[in-house]
Design a protein around this ligand. Structure first.
Ligand SMILES: Nc1ncnc2c1ncn2[C@@H]1O[C@H](COP(=O)(O)OP(=O)(O)OP(=O)(O)O)[C@@H](O)[C@H]1O
Length: 700
């Protein structure tokens, strides 16, 4: 049979039906190509040996030489195991097998030196190593092709089912044997020479069987670059197609609404960052192409005013605009806020949420269709089919990660032509990640806070200091300030969480009795109208304390609130903590955030709390968050390829990412459809990777 990279993995010698099934189900490896792209996630230096007396208690992978002196059966039932005593010249340890006893017994050679390799545990006063990889020392030395032994991902799981790291290694060797280690080049000659990259074949060989450290590094660099390069190519191409294919409404006028608002009604001077972002948006709106822009700005950086002024540009050109927010509370708040800002502008603004009365709803539908309504604000209720605009020119989406891409595109179909789209997010996505995740959107960043803002002073307090915290609250209220107290609410432990919230509320009402103190409470189980009522009482300053679950998290704007107390802060993620803290520090007063926790804290929780205490910078916080959780968890990343990276890491390899993006841009600028002969290989590989064979029709 003729072997090529699409050959099913079953044909590889040494694989067989069982292993093939395992490779498919556990690692998604179907073909030779898939196997070759299974990259080791680390390497162990096989020339390094440990002595038993050097072992550390926290298990690490180690390699030790020594001999087996005895074997015995221990335990019964599921705990039954075979234990070998293994010694070197510094001490003894145990090797343990839960399966394969007979095979081990039969093959052990007493008195011979072995090299064992695996993770050590500390158990009952001795070190042990479960299911070690073992080889006679003399064999080991013969077999040692390279000092660096690759360790493949998730082989621990597979080892239990019969595919150990060593087996994978052998299978990989077989693959190189059958293919003679020759693989098609997938990057252009120019790129290879400009970046001094090694060839594909050499890179693949050295990633699996590194000849030395230098070649390994070169192989890693080349493969990471390639991976990131094709993702960037894809994102930029998507963007190009979008721009050339989808015509947008052209907003050429800057008219009365915008000018009169800017000159007469703007309550403050815009920051330079706000001005810059508005210029970027204006350029898009007048470019004939449909805008798809992500507006990033830290909490409280003033995105709302930018959204409003963009909507005014739509109105000035005879179009309608809408603003969609993820929760009813936020929609209501935007509605009141924008109404206030526009009160002397003669603009009609309405609110549409799930709880809008049918009669009002009908009126809104009508006004929307005949064009009497200029701006509609609401929740995903805006997406319903019944909601029809006369001419929607701009849709602003607040907090995009709560809406899926599918919902975003639903807005498009509200018109014959898609409206311009502005997505606002306060989740500060590190630039490198934004570039790779949102590469198909244009990104604007408000990287400056309005003047006079003071950093929110953040402290961590243990529950036992609660009385002091209460005193602090009392003092702040005496100064006329308002306080948030937030409780976690996690679906899995919802019942307990509600109980904690209600207990907390009760103890606060005892501690801060009426009539001197007024307290609001808002949580997800309340009716929307009640939530709104309580929220409004707090907004108007009728209540001094707001007890809430995380419904308060995004976007709520009460500048007079100056203290945020977060209960069980260890249970919140970093970006959530930062969002919550962003609810205070929105006015000119000094604000405070108090993170309350019990004494029991995991290492990760400690890092999160320390990060919050030490910085107010959302981008810095997002970087730490990303390190703690990995990009997979970050909202929004599911939409892009970054999650499925095989070798590169958007954080650690951000320099390579930047290179990759740069080259992708330069190449596409000169040759947008990759039609030049020297780009043939890129075009071919791109087609293989993305399966978009006809894509080029749209670009050239
Ligand atoms: N240039 C400015 N000068 C002074 N105050 C400003 C300026 N821009 C916005 N503000 C005020 O700052 C506060 C926060 O603005 P806004 O609500 O737009 O923030 P945001 O970016 O939407 O933040 P979040 O994501 O936290 O909701 C508001 O009270 C707003 O009026």
């Amino acid at each position: 049979m003729k072997i090529n990279l699409q050959t099913p993995i079953d044909y590889l010698k040494g694989v067989g039906p069982n292993r093939a099934d395992l490779l498919r189900s556990e690692l998604g490896i179907h073909t030779y190509q898939d196997l070759i792209n299974l990259f080791p996630n680390r390497y162990i230096d096989k020339t390094q040996y440990y002595k038993i007396n050097q072992l550390q208690r926290h298990g690490a992978d180690v390699q030790i030489t020594g001999e087996i002196t005895s074997l015995k059966d221990v335990g019964t039932g599921r705990g039954k195991r075979l234990v070998a005593i293994f010694k070197d010249d510094t001490g003894i340890m145990e090797l343990v097998w839960f399966r394969g006893h007979k095979w081990i017994r039969d093959s052990i050679k007493y008195g011979k030196k072995y090299v064992i390799f695996g993770k050590t545990n500390w158990f009952n006063g001795v070190f042990n190593m479960p299911h070690p990889e073992m080889e006679l020392l003399e064999e080991h030395e013969k077999n040692l092709r390279s000092a660096m032994q690759p360790i493949y991902p998730s082989t621990e799981k597979l080892a239990n089912k019969g595919i150990s790291n060593r087996v994978l290694n052998k299978i990989m060797q077989q693959l190189f044997l059958e293919t003679k280690g020759r693989f098609e080049e997938t990057l252009s000659a120019n790129l290879l020479s400009d970046l001094k990259l090694i060839s594909k074949s050499k890179a693949l060989f050295n990633i699996h069987f590194p000849e030395n450290q230098t070649l390994l590094s070169q192989a890693q660099f080349r493969l990471k670059f390639e991976e990131l390069f094709y993702i960037q190519l894809q994102l930029i191409i998507k963007n190009l197609i979008h721009k050339s294919k989808i015509k947008g409404y052209n907003f050429e006028h800057v008219g009365a609404y915008f000018n009169s608002f800017y000159q007469e009604h703007l309550p403050f001077d815009l920051t330079n960052a706000q001005k810059r972002v508005l210029r970027e948006i204006r350029a898009d709106l007048g470019s004939n192409a449909q805008m798809n822009r992500l507006l990033q700005g830290d909490v409280g950086s003033g995105k709302t005013i930018v959204a409003l002024m963009s909507m005014l540009m739509a109105l000035d050109n005879g179009f309608q605009a809408c603003l969609m927010a993820p929760t009813a509370i936020l929609s209501v708040q935007h509605y009141h806020g924008l109404k206030e800002l526009c009160k002397s502008l003669n603009i009609s603004i309405e609110l549409l949420t799930g709880s809008t009365k049918t009669s009002d709803r009908n009126k809104i539908h009508e006004a929307l269709e005949n064009g009497d309504l200029n701006i509609l604000i609401g929740t995903h209720a805006l997406l319903e089919d019944k909601v029809k605009f006369k001419n929607l020119g701009l849709a602003v989406i607040d907090e995009q990660h709560r809406f899926g891409v599918a919902q975003r595109s639903k807005l498009w179909h509200k018109n014959t032509s898609p409206p311009h789209i502005l997505i606002m997010t306060a989740t500060p996505i590190p630039r490198t990640l934004a570039m790779s995740v949102y590469g198909d959107l244009d990104v604007s960043v408000i990287d400056e806070l309005p003047p006079g803002r003071k950093n929110v002073k953040t402290v961590h307090r243990y529950d036992k200091n609660r009385l002091k915290v209460f005193k602090f609250i009392r003092d702040e209220i005496a100064k006329g300030r308002q306080i948030y107290i937030v409780y976690p609410l996690i679906q899995e432990s919802e019942k307990m969480d509600y109980k904690d919230l209600m207990d907390g509320y009760e103890s606060i009402t005892r501690e801060f009795p009426m009539p001197e103190y007024q307290i609001s409470i808002v949580h997800g189980k309340m009716k929307p109208a009640d939530k709104d009522f309580e929220m409004q009482r707090f907004v108007k300053g009728e209540t001094q304390i707001m007890v809430a679950t995380t419904v308060i998290e995004v976007g709520v704007n009460v500048p007079n609130a100056s203290v945020m107390i977060i209960e069980s802060a260890e249970r919140f993620g970093l970006s959530q903590l930062h969002q919550l803290r962003g609810r205070v520090g929105r006015g000119a007063e000094q604000s405070y955030c108090i993170l309350m926790t019990s004494h029991k804290l995991s290492e990760d929780s400690k890092t999160r709390l320390q990060t919050m205490v030490s910085t107010n910078d959302g981008f810095e916080i997002a970087e730490v968050d990303l390190k703690l959780r990995g990009p997979g968890d970050l909202m929004g990343t599911q939409q892009s390829g970054v999650l499925n990276l095989k070798i590169a890491d958007v954080i650690k390899d951000k320099d390579i990412l930047q290179h990759a993006r740069h080259y992708a841009k330069v190449i596409l600028k000169a040759d947008p459809s990759l039609a030049l002969p020297e780009h043939k290989v890129l075009r071919y590989t791109y087609g293989q990777l993305t399966k978009y064979k006809n894509i080029w029709n749209y670009i050239s």
